[in-house]
Structures are given as C-alpha cells and as structure tokens.
Design a protein around this ligand. Structure first.
Ligand SMILES: *[C@@H]1O[C@H](CO)[C@@H](O)[C@H](O)[C@H]1NC(C)=O
Ligand SMILES: *[C@@H]1O[C@H](CO)[C@@H](O)[C@H](O)[C@H]1NC(C)=O
Ligand SMILES: *[C@@H]1O[C@H](CO)[C@@H](O)[C@H](O)[C@H]1NC(C)=O
Ligand SMILES: *[C@@H]1O[C@H](CO)[C@@H](O)[C@H](O)[C@H]1NC(C)=O
Ligand SMILES: *[C@@H]1O[C@H](CO)[C@@H](O)[C@H](O)[C@H]1NC(C)=O
Length: 443
C-alpha cells in the first residue's frame, strides 16, 4: 500500500463568520481566518480498478478505448449525474457542481433528510463503506455550506464509486472519499441524493479519478438525458469549438475562472474594459451548479440598457431582473458572450431569456444576490445548455462547442418537484461557501 499526502487548503474567509449559521458550527474548533489540514488519502497503486496508475502508453490506449462517463438528467434547474456507490452498487443521482469539491449523498440513518428520487443509501449494507476518521479526535464529521444557504453535514468515509465506461464495462473506483450526509437542508429542492463536486481541490470527483479532463452537455429539455465524460473522451474539439483560458486563484482554490472581455446585445458590444469588472486573469466563475448567469450590478446595467433599447413590449416591475409582458421571444436581441482568447459564444434565446406562464419573458442575466459572500460573476448552467463544455485541467482551457445535447434515445419521464414560491427560489447557487472537516487524517 502506498500513501499519498495531499494538502487540502481550506480557506474560510472572515466574513463567513458573520452569518449566524457559520458562527454556530465554526465556533467549536476553527480559527477565524482559515486553516490548513493535511489529507492523507491512500491510493492503491496495484488496484484492480481502471484508475490511472502510470504513464504507460498501452494503459493510455486502454483508457482511450474505455473512458468513464455517466448519464445526466435535468431536474428543477440542476443537472444530475447518475452514479453508483457501495458494494453491492446502489444508484444515486447527484448534482454536477464545478463550484464545490466534495462528493456527498444522503445516508441512513437520517437526522434530517430532504426528499430524493432514489432510495437513501444505507452504509450498513455496503461491504466497502469505511469511515475516514482523525487519528487524534476520532471525529469523522464534516459540515458543508453552499452559496444558496443549503448545507450538508455528516461523516466522511471512503467508498467504492461506479460509473459507466465506453468499453461497456463498469468503471469502478475504490476508496473514493465521500460524505455520508445525515443532516441535509430542507432548502435543497431537487430530487438529487447529493452533490458531486468537480472543483479543483483534492476531494472532488475529477481530482480523485485522476483524469485531467471532463466535459458535459446539458440539455434544457425536460425528460431528456445527456452525458458527462471523463478522461480522453472528454476532450472537446471539431467544428465550431472555441476555447478560452482557465484561470486559477490561490484564495479561491475550488473555482474555475474564465475571463469575460465583453457581452454583445445584438450587434452592440459592451466592453468590460474601462469598468471595474475588467480583468485579464479571470473575472467570472464557470459553475455548473448555479442556475443563472450573474454579472456585477454596474456592468449588468450597461447590458440591460441595451436590451431595453431593443425590446418594445411593456416592462413588468421586478426587482430581481428585467421582465416584459409578452410571449414572443422574437422581440428579444441575441446575446453573445466574449471570453478571452476569441471564444465568442452566441447564446440561444433559451440560454438568456425565460418565459413564465407564456405571459412574461425575463432576462436571465442577473446581478448576484446581495450577500457578502457571493461571487459577483457566475456563468451558470442555463447559459451553458446546448453547448458541449470541456474542462481540460492540464492545458488550462475550457472549450465550448454548440451541440444539441438531448439524447433522445434515452428520454425518461420524471416526476416534477415542488414549485418554488418566488422567482429567485427557482435558482440554485451551488458554489461552496465553506467546508469544515475535522478529520482528514487517515490512521
Ligand atoms: C505491486 O505489485 C507488485 C507485483 O505484484 C509488487 O512487487 C509491488 O510491491 C506492488 N506495489 C505496491 C505499491 O503494492
Ligand atoms: C504497459 O502496461 C501494460 C499493462 O499493464 C503492460 O503489459 C506493459 O508491459 C506495459 N508497458 C510498458 C512499456 O511498461
Ligand atoms: C441539522 O443542521 C441544522 C443546521 O446547522 C441544525 O439547525 C439542525 O438542528 C440539525 N438537525 C439535526 C436533527 O441535527
Ligand atoms: C494530535 O495530538 C497530538 C498530541 O495531543 C498533537 O501534538 C498533534 O498536533 C495532533 N495532531 C493533529 C493532526 O491534530
Ligand atoms: C426554447 O424553449 C422552448 C420552450 O421550452 C422550446 O419550445 C424551444 O424549442 C427551445 N428552443 C431551442 C432552440 O432549444
């Protein structure tokens, strides 16, 4: 057996401690400005699984003929990945979230569980479930908070995770660190069992798989399925593909940043240059776990003014965004986002506008919620739908290829979920606020 020491930087920014929920949990053990912890994660080098273990060509060829992938379903403004955990494997569905790192699922016994579509995972029935506890404190607990106020609390464990593979066999990953959530917030409105973090840090699924690339294609059509791919099959190329540099920030070690140079409304282009939003090293987080497209209020107002110049319909009073009384998308201008490096995405009207009850159409580009912790600019999943989006962590590029994502051969009806009571409640903001892990030291 080989042990590998990964350093897990857990940054807790001071302002988080102002919020009441944060204070309650954090008071126990953490200093106010962040702490660092070593994660010792055993990697089985002679594993019988298909996990990458060396740079042998033959092995690479094997991998390219068998890339792992999973089916993706759209549910309540989130995209869920189907995966199996445990031995014997049990299916769960978890929100695909590039804005956080942990993989977690609800577990029995429930102190407090939200509704989910699949049966809740019972760790006592899995022969490979093993809690991951601190040698010192013997605590296996974690607490996780997201930008929309949702949370998950439970035990850290290692468990076997199984997805599909292009070879037709299962892709089995032993000893993946997961969270077994015994207390998950009510506010989680999808039917997901949990979340699969795909952020940059060591605990995310993509870091634990050890393959440098992943891609997903989100279909906005209800009842259709699409895919998320890992490894060599995740490289996005071909006609229509555009790429932009991915930027990393030390103080935000989870996120993938892109640099937004400008937004065009029809033919009118609003540069970020000359505004406080302008940057050359990343000014917007790309987040599959957030629904909407957020821009800083001052820059957004420039974009909105141009939309208002074009749309002739009657405006609806709305504090949250720009809405009009109409049922015709034709009145609205096409919006193009210009990422650095010449990556121009001409967005479909469905990516940028949304019709409500066939009576009102709203601009789906909003200013970030007025909380002290929110990222000011987030490129969320609605704007990304019907693009094949590839993250290549070795070349530090994000690529986009216009694609009709729905896999019609896999259409499946789904139960609709509880209606949101207000406009903003429709939207998820799944980027991690902070994580408190007491126990990442393996004996
Ligand atoms: C892997 O297996 C080989 C041969 O079976 C053995 O010599 C080697 O020590 C093993 N390595 C580890 C890390 O277990
Ligand atoms: C590559 O890996 C395969 C399968 O593990 C092995 O049979 C082969 O000898 C390796 N080749 C090299 C050059 O190491
Ligand atoms: C679950 O966590 C919340 C938020 O910290 C807390 O208020 C609640 O009491 C917890 N519920 C249980 C049953 O432990
Ligand atoms: C474990 O406990 C020992 C003695 O109490 C202490 O010196 C050491 O720093 C602790 N290690 C961790 C990782 O907390
Ligand atoms: C946009 O959404 C509407 C309603 O959901 C749908 O009828 C239309 O086909 C969609 N257009 C595209 C290009 O996806």
């Amino acid at each position: 057996m080989m042990s590998m020491v990964l350093s897990l930087q857990i940054i807790i920014t001071a302002f988080l401690f102002i919020t009441t929920t944060a204070t309650a949990t954090a008071s126990a053990s953490s200093p106010p400005s962040g702490f660092t912890m070593d994660l010792i994660h055993r990697r089985t080098i002679n594993s019988s699984s298909s996990r990458r273990s060396n740079n042998n060509d033959t092995y690479d060829q094997l991998l390219s003929s068998s890339s792992p992938y999973a089916d993706v379903v759209f549910d309540n403004y989130e995209y869920l990945m189907k995966l199996k955990i445990g031995t014997p494997p049990v299916e769960i569905e978890a929100t695909i979230d590039t804005g956080s790192d942990m993989i977690w699922t609800q577990c029995l016994p429930c102190l407090h569980c939200h509704k989910q579509r699949n049966p809740i995972f019972d760790p006592s029935k899995s022969s490979t479930y093993k809690e991951e506890c601190s040698s010192n404190t013997s605590s296996c607990d974690y607490d996780l908070y997201y930008g929309d106020g949702t949370y998950s609390k439970g035990r850290l464990a290692t468990e076997t995770v199984t997805i599909q593979s292009t070879s037709g066999h299962s892709y089995v990953m032993p000893e993946i660190v997961i969270g077994c959530s015994h207390n998950s917030s009510e506010a989680i409105r999808s039917t997901a069992s949990g979340i699969v973090g795909l952020g940059r840090q060591p605990l995310s699924l993509i870091s634990q798989i050890g393959l440098g690339a992943f891609s997903y294609c989100f279909s906005p059509e209800e009842g259709t399925s699409s895919k998320i791919s890992f490894g060599s099959n995740a490289i996005v190329s071909g006609d229509g593909t555009v790429s932009t540099p991915m930027f990393l920030k030390e103080d935000k070690p989870t996120f993938y940043y892109l640099n937004l140079d400008a937004v065009s409304v029809g033919k009118a282009r609003v540069e970020t240059l000359g505004t406080p939003f302008h940057a050359v090293d990343g000014n917007i987080v790309i987040d599959s776990g957030s629904t909407a497209f957020y821009l800083p209020a001052s820059y957004l107002s420039l974009v909105r003014e141009l939309v208002e110049k074009v749309v002739t319909a009657e405006k609806v009073d709305s504090e949250e965004t720009l809405c009009y009384k109409t049922n015709s998308m034709d009145l609205f201008p096409v919006i193009t986002v210009h990422f650095s490096g010449g990556a121009d995405l001409v967005l479909d009207k469905n990516n940028t506008y949304m019709a409500f009850n066939g009576q009102v159409i709203c601009l789906m580009i909003m200013s970030a919620p007025a909380t002290p912790f929110a990222e000011k600019a987030v490129f969320g999943n609605r704007a990304q739908s019907n693009f094949l989006v590839g993250y290549d962590r070795s070349s530090l590029q994000v690529s986009f290829k216009p694609t009709h994502c729905a896999d019609v051969t896999q259409a499946m009806p789904r139960d609709s979920t509880s209606a949101a009571s207000s406009f903003l409640q429709l939207f998820h903001i799944k980027f991690v606020l902070f994580i408190l892990v007491l126990s990442l030291i393996r004996p």
